[in-house]
Design a protein around this ligand. Structure first.
Ligand SMILES: NC(=O)c1ccc[n+]([C@@H]2O[C@H](COP(=O)([O-])OP(=O)(O)OC[C@H]3O[C@@H](n4cnc5c(N)ncnc54)[C@H](OP(=O)(O)O)[C@@H]3O)[C@@H](O)[C@H]2O)c1
Length: 251
């Protein structure tokens, strides 16, 4: 049995990825504040064990206990592999730095950066001695490498997540059974996050029109297609430890 832990699987890219991974030899653990009925129905139809953990990733203090309880439900002796996808993320606040609401900025960094750090830490701790495939895939963005006016929280969080993954790779080099880590920028996907981006104030986000144009000209990737690509990367030899790739040119 391969075990997949996916944050933010209730909709968007995470849901698309989870759909792709549903089969009877996989166990999916989906972490988000809401469930996806679609996922639950598909899993039931395909005899796949799927657990939803309803959890707010902004409550970072509770993450170690949540992860302990998650691993208690898994038979590690029978496990063939463990895969963690740090996918959950938000775009807000979209604003110039001096206009941030401080609580919103803090919330953003907790969800987009601190939560994946703590989840990865627990993942490594719980799988440390297992001589099987162990992988962490961080969902990155072009915003990790390019500054965008109004997106300083988002760009900073994604850049931080990328560097965090590279630090894990560095540490794991000395392990007998290392956890591999990779980052992937998944392209521009037709999800709720893009709807939010198109509804932001142009004074706060100067590239808004470009994103409206992406949608109107049909350039957004459907979550199912993006999910398929990410699933393939996650379980194949394309997974390259210590790297971050942008899949945009692959579609
Ligand atoms: N869409 C794009 O064009 C694009 C481009 C590059 C990178 N990405 C990245 O892809 C990932 C997925 O984004 P998406 O476009 O699929 O966005 P989305 O449709 O808005 O989905 C975001 C997911 O994150 C979860 N989430 C948000 N806040 C959470 C919280 N406090 N606690 C737990 N879960 C939370 C949501 O679940 P609940 O609301 O149920 O909690 C949802 O499942 C993100 O990391 C994003 O940065 C997206």
């Amino acid at each position: 049995m391969k075990h997949f832990i996916i944050t933010g699987a209730s909709k968007g890219l995470g849901e698309g990825l989870a759909i792709e991974l549903i089969n009877e030899n996989h166990h999916l653990v989906c972490i988000a504040r809401n469930e996806s009925q679609k996922l639950k129905q598909l899993a039931a139809a395909k005899n796949c064990r799927l657990d939803f953990i309803l959890f707010d990733l902004a409550v970072t203090h509770d993450i170690p206990a949540m992860m302990d309880s998650l691993f208690e439900q898994i038979d590690k002796v029978q496990a063939e592999g463990f895969y963690l996808v740090n996918n959950a993320g938000i775009i807000q606040p979209v604003n110039r730095v001096e206009d941030y609401d401080p609580d919103e900025a803090e919330q953003h960094m907790k969800i987009n950066l601190v939560a994946p750090m703590l989840i990865s830490a627990a993942f490594i701790r719980h799988t440390k001695s297992l001589p099987i495939k162990k992988r962490i895939l961080n969902i990155s963005s072009g915003a990790a490498f390019n500054p965008y006016y109004g997106w300083s929280c988002y760009c900073t969080g994604k850049a931080g997540l990328d560097m965090f993954g590279r630090c894990i790779s560095e540490e794991q080099k000395e392990e007998t059974h290392p956890v591999e880590t990779m980052g992937v920028a998944p392209g521009i996907i037709d999800t709720g996050m893009q709807t939010t981006i198109r509804s932001t104030d142009e004074r706060a986000f100067k590239h808004k029109e470009k994103f409206v144009e992406f949608k109107e000209s049909g350039q957004l990737i459907p979550p199912a297609i993006a999910g398929k690509r990410i699933a393939q990367l996650l379980i194949s030899d394309e997974f390259k430890d210590g790297t971050t790739i942008d899949v945009r040119e692959d579609y």
